[in-house]
Write a protein that binds this ligand. Sequence first.
Ligand code: GLU
Length: 507
Amino acid sequence: MTKKNRLRFAPSPTGPLHIGGLRTALFNYLFAKKTGGELVLRVEDTDQARKVEKSQEHIENSLAWIGIDFDESSKTGGQFGPYNQSERKDIYKKHVNVLIEKGWAYYAFDKKETLDFHRLDHEKKGKKFIYNAHNRLKLDNSLSMDKKDVEERIQKEGYVVRFKTPSETNVVFNDIIRGEILVGTRDIDDKILFKSDGMPTYHLANVVDDHLMEITHVIRGEEWLPSLALHVLLYRAFDWQEPKFAHLPLILKPTGKGKLSKRDGAKLGFPVYALEWEDAVNPRRERLGEKAKDEIYVGFKEAGYLPSALINYMVFLGWSPGGEREIFSLDELVNEFTLEKINKSGAKFDPQKLLWINSQHIQGLSTDKLCEVCEPKNKDIDKDVLKSFLTLVQPRLETINNLKEKFLYLFERPATDEGLIKKTISEEVKQTVSAFVLKLGADKSLGGQEIRKLLHDCAVQNSAKFGKVMGFCRACIVGKMEGPDVIEMMVFIGVEETGHRLKKFLG
Ligand code: GLU
C-alpha cells in the first residue's frame, strides 16, 4: 500500500491570519483532498516574544469560516501531537543534542554587542558579516575552546546552538514550482537552532516536526524560499529524507508593486483578513502620548463576502486550471487542482475581481439559501419582506451587507433629481403615465404581468415609446437611472406607493 500524502499548514500566532496565509492553507487543503491525503494544523508558537494574544483563535476561526477543516490539530487531536510547538520543547532539545553529537551544531556564547560590532565593521568596509566557516573559529563558541570550558560556560551563562553550515559546497534541491535550485553554502550563516531559554528557533522546530509528523509535501509562501537550503541541509544532517517542496508566489499589492499588506487594505478600502481583527493599542504610540486608538480591520466576512467566493478568488492568486472558466465551487476546485499549474510570478490582488466573483457566487445561490445567509446581517429588513426583496435584487448584489442602505429606494421615497425628471418626461410620456396611474388605482390584486400590460396599453394609446415611459417611471421610483426591473419594483413597493411616486412628477 502506498503511503498517504501528509500536508500541513503551520502558522505562527504572531498576528491575524492574512489572505496570504489563508491561501497557503487552501492550497494545502486542495492538494490533500485531491490526493486523498491528510491535513495537519500545526501552530508554530515557539517565539514567545512575537506571540500575539488572540492570534491562534483568529487563525482557527478564519479557517473554520472559510471551510478548511483539518484531520489533525490541537483541537481535533491526532497521533502526531501535540500540535502546538510550545508543547514539544523536549523533542527539540533531544534533536538539537543529536546534531551537536554528530558535529552538525555547536554552542555559541557571543555577546550581542560583539556581533553588532562585527556587523557594523563589515558594513563600513562594504561587506556583510556572516557567521560561518570563515570566522567561526575566531568567535566565542564551542569550536574555538576546549570541552571543559564549554561545559562551565553552559552552566554559567546564556548560549545559543548554531548549525555548522558546511563550507564552500553547493546544496542542490528541488521545488515543484521552481524546479531545481542550487545554493552555494558560502553565503549561508550558521543559523541559530536553539536558545538557552529552552526554545528552538523556527528552522529547527519546523524541520523536526515536518519529519516527525511524516509530512510528505511542504506547500508554503515564497518568503520561506531563502530558508530552504538551510532546511535541506538540516534534513541531510539528521539523515532524513526531505519532503517535497512547493513555494507559492507572493500576493502583490493591486498596483503590482510590492507585497500586499494590511495597510494597503485599510488605505484602499478592502479587507485582507477573513475575519475582523483588532490591533492592540500600540504601546509605543501610547508612550509618545499619541492618542491611543485600537485599529480595527474589517474582515471579508464582515464586509459581506461569501467564503465560497473568497476561496474561488484565492485559488486564482497564483494558480489557474487553464481555459476560460472562472467560477468554481470548493469541490470542483479539489477536482481541478494540481501543484504543477501554480506559477512562479507574483499574483496581483484585485479587489474588483474578488467583488465580481462574490457576485457570481451570490447569483449561484437559491433564494432560500441567500435568505439564510443574508438574514443575520440584515436585521433591519423585515423577515417577511426579505425573500421578495432578495428575489428582486439578487442579480445586482455584489456583497450581502447593508442591503437596505444600498436599495433604500425600495423602502423609502427617494430624493429625486428634477433635472432627471425633465430629461425623461415628454408630453406622450406624461399622458401615458397619468392614464396608467388612474387605471392602477389602488388595486392590490394586480400582478407584474398585468401591470406591465396596463402600462404598455397606455403607452400604445398615447403613442409613447415604451422604453421612454419606463425611463420616466424609473426616475420617479428610484430617483436615479439604476435598479432592478421597473415593473418588478412596482410590485415590490405596491400599487399605492407606485401611484404616489409617479403622480408627484405629473404636475
Ligand atoms: N510558521 C511559519 C509561518 O508562519 C511556517 C512556514 C512554513 O510553512 O514552513 O509562515
